[in-house]
Design a protein around this ligand. Structure first.
Ligand code: ATP
Ligand code: MG
Length: 515
C-alpha cells in the first residue's frame, strides 16, 4: 500500500480529468503521472535513493502536488518546510532532516543564499517557479522535460512517506515521521463515512500544503478521486473567487481562515453554493464563528476533525448530522473509523466519562516516531498510545470534548480555567472579531486570566463590558481580570494563534513551564 497507488488508479480510471487546476493551468491525471515519473527519474539522477529526504519550500502549487507524488515514486521521503519560518529556522529543519535536495518556488528564491549558508547539507536547489531558472539552481520544468519516465519505486506500507514538522504552536517544531500506511489509514478512515470529500469532486487547497492538515486532505482527495484546485495561499477574496470560478466542492479551512472568509467584505459577494463539504479543525472554533459560517455556506455540510501531525493527523470526526445537535457542536466528535481514543489521568489510567484528562489515541495512524528524538518518541508513545498533550473529556456515547491544550490551561486561585472556554464566551460578543486568553503572572492568584481581543471593524468595546458579558455566560472566576485590545493576534504558519508569544510578553520573555 503506497501513496502513489492513487496516482496509478486515477490515471487508469480518470485519465482526462483535471488532476490540478491553478488559475488557467490545467493538467490531467495522465499528464500528472507522466510528469511525476519523469521528475522521479531526475530526482534519482540527483542522488535521491531509498529513504532520502527531499525538502520543499513553496507556496501552494501544482508542482507541490507533483512533488508529493514524485519523491516517493523515486523512493525518497517528502519533507515539506513551513513557509512562515525564518531562514535560520528553515535551515535548522533542512539540517535536522538531512535533506540534500531542496525545491523552492519564486517566493523563496531570495532566501536561498542565506539558507544555503546555514544549511550546508543542501547540495541541489530545484527551482519550481514560473520565471527563468536562477543561477546555481536546476529547473523543475527542465528536469521534467529532460528525463524519460522511470518505474515507481513502490516503497510503501510501513516505510516512511514523509517527515512533517508539527505546527510549532507550543515550542520548537518536531519532525514527525509518518509511513505510507499511517497516512493512508487516516485518509481512508476519514473518508469512509462519506462526509469528507465529494466523490469525483474538486478540493480547494486554501490551507498551506506544507502543513499536514492540508496534506491529509490531499491524500483523502486522491483516495476518493477527483481534482485539486490550488491557490498559492489563503486570502479571503482569492479563496472565494476560486470556489466560485472552479465550482469547488470541498475545502479544508482552519478556524482563523473561516472567520476571515465569512467576515471579509471583499469576499461577501462571491457565489459559494458549489461547496458541499467544509472540513475544519486544527484548532478550536468558537460557536459564534461556526454559526456565521453556516449562514454564509448554506449548501455545505460541516465536518470537524480533531487530531495532530503525530496522528496522520485525524483521530476524531464530528459528522454533519452531529452539528444539528446543540450540545454536540461543542464536541470534536468521535473516534474516526481507523482510530481508538480514550481519556487518561496522569498515571495513564482511563478516567470515568465526563472527567477531564489527557486525550490519547491508538491505531494505524500513530506516527512511526519523532525524527531523531528517541526519548521524546518513547514518552509520547508510552504504553502504545499517542499522548496528545490535549486535555479533554468523553461522554457516554464516545464524543470527545477538547477542553484546552494542557499547556494553555490557566490555574488561577487554585481553579482550573480552560482558555478555550473563556475565548468561546468572549467571541459571542458582537464587538469581538477574534481573541486569545492566556494566564499571566499574578501575585495574589498565581495566574490571572488575561484576554487579548481584536475588536470587530469599527467597534470599541470596553474591558468592563466584555467582562460582564463573559460573567453572564460562564462562572465569574473564569472571566478575564484584564483585557487588552490589539489590531491583530500573532498567527503561526498553520494559521493558529501563538499564545506562547503572547505569554512571553508577560513571563520575563520565556514561556512558562506548566505541565
Ligand atoms: P506543536 O506540537 O509544535 O506545538 P501543534 O500542536 O499546533 O504544534 P499540530 O500537530 O499541527 O501542531 O496541531 C495539533 C494540535 O492542534 C492538537 O494537539 C490540538 O491542540 C489542536 N487541534 C487540532 N484539531 C483540533 C480541534 N478540532 N479542536 C481543538 N483543537 C484542535
Ligand atoms: Mg502538538
Amino acid at each position: 500500500m503506497e501513496i502513489t497507488q492513487a496516482l496509478h488508479r486515477a490515471a487508469q480510471q480518470t485519465p482526462d480529468l483535471p488532476a490540478t487546476i491553478v488559475g488557467e493551468r490545467v493538467r490531467t491525471w495522465t499528464e500528472c503521472r507522466d510528469r511525476v515519473a519523469r521528475l522521479a527519474a531526475a530526482l534519482q539522477e540527483l542522488g535521491v535513493g531509498a529513504g532520502d529526504r527531499v525538502a520543499m519550500l513553496s507556496l501552494n502549487s501544482d508542482r507541490f502536488h507533483e512533488y508529493l507524488f514524485a519523491v516517493p515514486w523515486a523512493g525518497g521521503v517528502v519533507t515539506p518546510v513551513n513557509i512562515r519560518w525564518s531562514p535560520a529556522e528553515i535551515a535548522f529543519s533542512l539540517e535536522d532532516a538531512g535533506a540534500a535536495v531542496l525545491v523552492v518556488d519564486d517566493a523563496f528564491v531570495p532566501a536561498v543564499p542565506a539558507i544555503l549558508e546555514a544549511a550546508p547539507v543542501v547540495r541541489t536547489v530545484v527551482y519550481a517557479g514560473d520565471g527563468a531558472v536562477p543561477d546555481g539552481m536546476v529547473g523543475f520544468e527542465e528536469l521534467v522535460a529532460g528525463h524519460e519516465p522511470v518505474d515507481d519505486a513502490r516503497r510503501g506500507g510501513a516505510e516512511p512517506y514523509g517527515i512533517y514538522y508539527t505546527g510549532g504552536t507550543t515550542g520548537t517544531p518536531k519532525g514527525v515521521v509518518l509511513s505510507h500506511a499511517n497516512l493512508l489509514s487516516s485518509a481512508l478512515g476519514s473518508t469512509a463515512a462519506g462526509s469528507f470529500m465529494t466523490p469525483g469532486g474538486r478540493y480547494l487547497h486554501a490551507a498551506p500544503m506544507f502543513h499536514l492538515a492540508d496534506g491529509a486532505a490531499w491524500g483523502a482527495r486522491n483516495v476518493v478521486g477527483g481534482t485539486h484546485v490550488i491557490v498559492p495561499m489563503f486570502t479571503p477574496a482569492g479563496v472565494a473567487a476560486a470556489i466560485a470560478e472552479h465550482e469547488v466542492t470541498d475545502v479544508l479551512l482552519v478556524p482563523t481562515m473561516i472567520q476571515m472568509l465569512v467576515d471579509a467584505p471583499e469576499a461577501a459577494d462571491a457565489d459559494l453554493t458549489s461547496l458541499r463539504h467544509l472540513l475544519y479543525g486544527a484548532s478550536p472554533i468558537s460557536e459564534a464563528v461556526l454559526e456565521r459560517a453556516a449562514k454564509r455556506l448554506p449548501a455545505a455540510e460541516f465536518t470537524q476533525a480533531y487530531g495532530m501531525t503525530e496522528l496522520s493527523p485525524v483521530a476524531t470526526l464530528l459528522q454533519p448530522a452531529d452539528h444539528a445537535v446543540d450540545h454536540l457542536r461543542r464536541s470534536a466528535g468521535r473516534a474516526a473509523p481507523h482510530a481508538e481514543v480514550k481519556i487518561v489521568d496522569e498515571e495513564d489510567r482511563e478516567v470515568p466519562y465526563g472527567t477531564v484528562g489527557e486525550i490519547v489515541s491508538r491505531g494505524p495512524h500513530v506516527m512511526l516516531g519523532y525524527w531523531n528524538r528517541p526519548e521524546e518518541t518513547a514518552t509520547a508513545l508510552r504504553g502504545g498510545w499517542m499522548h496528545t498533550g490535549d486535555g479533554g473529556r468523553m461522554d457516554e456515547q464516545g464524543y470527545v470534548y477538547v477542553v484546552d491544550r494542557i499547556k494553555d490551561m490557566i490555574v488561577s486561585g487554585g481553579e482550573n480555567v480552560y482558555s478555550v472556554e473563556v475565548e468561546n464566551a468572549l467571541a459571542k460578543h458582537p464587538d469581538v472579531a477574534s481573541c486569545a486568553v492566556i494566564g499571566v503572572p499574578d501575585d495574589e492568584w498565581g495566574e490571572r486570566v488575561h484576554a487579548v481581543v481584536v475588536p470587530a471593524a469599527g467597534a470599541t468595546p470596553s474591558a468592563d463590558e466584555l467582562r460582564e458579558h463573559v460573567k453572564g455566560l460562564i462562572a465569574g472566576y473564569k472571566a478575564p481580570r484584564s483585557v487588552e485590545f490589539r489590531d491583530a493576534l500573532p498567527i503561526s504558519g498553520a494559521g493558529k494563534i501563538l499564545k506562547r508569544d503572547l505569554r512571553a510578553e508577560h513571563w520575563s520573555g520565556s514561556d512558562r513551564a506548566v505541565s
